[in-house]
Ligand binder design. Structure first.
Ligand code: GCU
Length: 448
């Protein structure tokens, strides 16, 4: 049987309610696995006995307390060069990049870090859950709550429904839009608390005549290892544990954002060629992953994304790769990524964060971070260095880099080119950087 026929056969078997044969995939555990069990199972499949522990961000007396001393931060080994082919030849032209080098990097990131999106993913059907017309801060808006139901006929034990809030200014014309990975009803941990100081980003966006949307990532894929048998990952895998190069939550969340973008392309109120994506922290990582893999996203605000986001893995400051590989965070990543926390090391990783940023080139990316005291875990300098090291790819494609190479003073705005960086006065939030990002993004999104 050729490969096509084999795939078709598997798909038909799945649709008929039978289980699609999946090479070497163990059967689902009754009742599901805990994150620790699923993590251990993945380590067993990889033949790994133990992983090196991550750093401790809380207990300053701990021997593995997180490093914040720049003298010990490095990177002490060379970064992989995005503009050199594996055989040593230079990547000399945009054609070299688009046709040959970029696909190589996409493959490496997919296999080793984020996992692969399955060849077949479930169809999605959108329905309007509620709709109202309102005035928000002086702007007349149409507010829709939508549910994107995934076709689960092949595995009815798992239901997945994307939760999306879409708010667009009333009136004619297709508008730019900012899509946030977040919580349509507000972050649960901010319930009942006073609003943070400064303007609300949603009002700033509407004041420009743009729309905004918020998709709840956890409606695409739960944010824990036990949830890997559910969400879109569990649905596609029929509840079975992942293969080592299967997608992790970051890639699944990014996939969800791409499905939202598909929907926005059908909406007469939105110009899908002018959609920016934004996220904070783990969702900042997801926003960067979404931009890197889906070239339709026109701009990105990547806020305090840190390790696994815009921060160089090879930096020994702030959170470390080993933290990502532990049972509380491994579900964000592909199983293969755990190998770099033992026996391999970060120096064996064939890619680093500057290349993830480079996959966004030549599109505009704004790297945002708070002050070093409150936001030290994400290593602002490590993210700045990654943005600098992505610069040659931007230049090769005729775009402008960050425009500086020395780490700037806090509050300095570096945004003359297509890569931007600003360390704001607040903590672990995009808050104070929103006006700067919107000015930066408007250069691209308000262009006809
Ligand atoms: C933890 C984790 C970070 C992550 C953050 C968040 O601090 O170590 O990698 O970015 O949670 O998402 O809030």
């Amino acid at each position: 049987m050729n490969r096509r026929a084999a795939l078709l056969g598997a798909a038909l078997a799945a649709f008929a309610g039978g289980s699609a044969p999946r090479a070497q995939t163990p059967p689902p555990a009754a009742g599901g696995l805990t994150a620790e069990q699923d993590h251990r199972l993945m380590l067993d499949r990889l033949g790994i006995k133990t992983l090196r522990p991550g750093v401790d961000g809380y207990n300053s007396a701990a021997p593995n307390y997180v490093n914040q001393d720049e003298a010990k931060a490095g990177p002490f080994s060379p970064l992989p060069d995005p503009l050199v082919f594996p055989d040593g030849r230079p990547v000399a032209t945009p054609d070299d990049w688009w046709k040959r080098r970029r696909p190589q990097l996409v493959e490496l990131f997919s296999r080793e870090e984020h996992g692969r999106v399955p060849q077949r993913t479930p169809e999605i059907r959108w329905r309007v859950v509620s709709e109202k017309h309102e005035v928000r801060n002086g702007v007349a808006v149409r507010e829709r709550r939508l549910a994107g139901d995934l076709d689960n006929r092949a595995w009815p034990a798992v239901s997945v429904s994307l939760d999306l809030l879409l708010v667009t200014p009333e009136g004619r014309g297709r508008r730019p839009l900012v899509l946030e990975f977040g919580f349509p009803d507000g972050a649960p941990w901010l319930k009942g608390r006073p609003a943070p100081p400064g303007p609300d980003w949603r009002d700033l966006v509407l004041a420009r005549g743009w729309g905004y949307a918020i998709v709840d990532p956890t409606s695409v894929q739960p944010d824990n290892g036990a949830g890997l048998s559910r969400g879109v990952i569990g649905l596609v895998n029929h509840g079975r544990p992942r293969a080592p190069d299967d997608w992790g939550a970051l890639r699944a969340w990014a996939w969800g954002a791409s499905r939202v973008l598909d929907f926005l392309a059908t909406d007469p109120a939105v110009d899908d060629r002018r959609v920016a994506i934004e996220g904070l922290s783990r969702y900042g990582k997801a926003a960067l992953v979404a931009m890197a893999y889906d070239q339709r996203f026109a701009a990105g605000l990547i806020a305090s994304s840190g390790e696994g986001g815009a921060k160089l893995h090879r930096r020994k400051r702030g959170e470390q790769l080993e933290n990502l590989a532990a049972s509380g965070e491994y579900h964000w990543m592909a199983g293969n990524f755990l190998r770099y926390a033992g026996p391999l090391t970060v120096d064996d990783l064939p890619v680093d964060a500057h290349e993830l940023i480079a996959l966004c080139a030549p599109r505009p990316v704004f790297i945002s971070v708070g002050n070093d005291q409150a936001d030290g875990w994400v290593d602002s300098r490590g993210m700045f260095m990654a943005a600098v090291a992505a610069g040659p790819v931007y230049r090769l494609l005729g775009a402008r880099d960050l425009g500086l190479t020395a780490f700037p003073e806090p509050l300095t705005l570096a945004a003359d080119g297509e890569l931007a960086f600003r360390q704001h006065e607040g903590g672990h939030t995009p808050g104070p950087n929103w006006p700067y990002f919107l000015d930066f993004a408007s250069r691209y999104l308000e262009r006809p």
